[in-house]
Design a binder for this molecule. Sequence first.
Ligand SMILES: [Zn+2]
Length: 319
Amino acid sequence: MGEVYIGIDLGGTKIKGILMNEDGLIVNQYSTSTGNNLDNLFEVIEKLIQENKAMSSRICGIGVGCAGLIDHKNGITIESANLPFLKRFPLRYTLYKFTGIETTIDNDVKMGAIGEMFYGEGKGVKDFVFLTLGTGIGGAIIINGKVYRGITNHAGEIGHINLQTAGPDCGCGKKGCYESLASGSAILKYILYGIKMKRDTMILEKVKGDISKINTSLIVEMAENGDRLCLEALTESARYTGKVLSYLINILNPEKIIIGGGLSEVENILFPVIRETAQLYSLVVPFQNCLIIKAGLGTESGVIGAAQIALLQYKGIEI
Ligand SMILES: [Zn+2]
């Protein structure tokens, strides 16, 4: 009888669930919207358990990754901006009680780093940084093949490195964090400000004057078609990323910096600027020895990492 593991990526809008076998292959999957309580999470897990009955495999563990501050050790979700019902919630125990299956929970970006470590760009790499560029910016640090957690599992909060003392408001309550200047939301704000300042752009025409229809994927599309303002917004974001990467390169001297999240798909526009800026501010030798590269598992790294952490826990390996 084969062993399988449930991996869950509990996001602000969507819950992604997979059944993964011991070789890291996804054998089944089910996704739904997040909703505003735990019902949909239970539904995803129940559905995967039912699907598995037909395959006569044994589910040996569940791993759940969610955004925010997660007490991995005690299995408690401390705070998650987009999941208010998880404030100080014993998620691990609740899921164990519901399923009878050993459960592990952790921050979603740390899960993504674990996914990349075993099946993506982090394979065989002992020291790397995983960065996600999306609506927000997340990070995780892998040192000597282990997740570096720090004393309260906060290590890797790269998005909240301060870049401007009196910069824009950040979701964390501070001002001028890297995330507030370079995330998908910041790129959108840059465009809206440009429109307000009567800058020349084709995007306004594209949405027929309805600015509520402007989103990151449209900005990317327009940039690819040569729109100056859109290109400028993305380049500005990439410069901030490059600067932050120089800090990471100088402090950690990693072998790779792996970039995931929705914005990593815009490789052709962002990566050359990211690399160029990182080089400008990094020490020469650590920069030359660090590969800045797009995530190997795309947007799947988190859910695969969640199943992988369940597998590791079952085998008694702490990561
Ligand atoms: Zn912040």
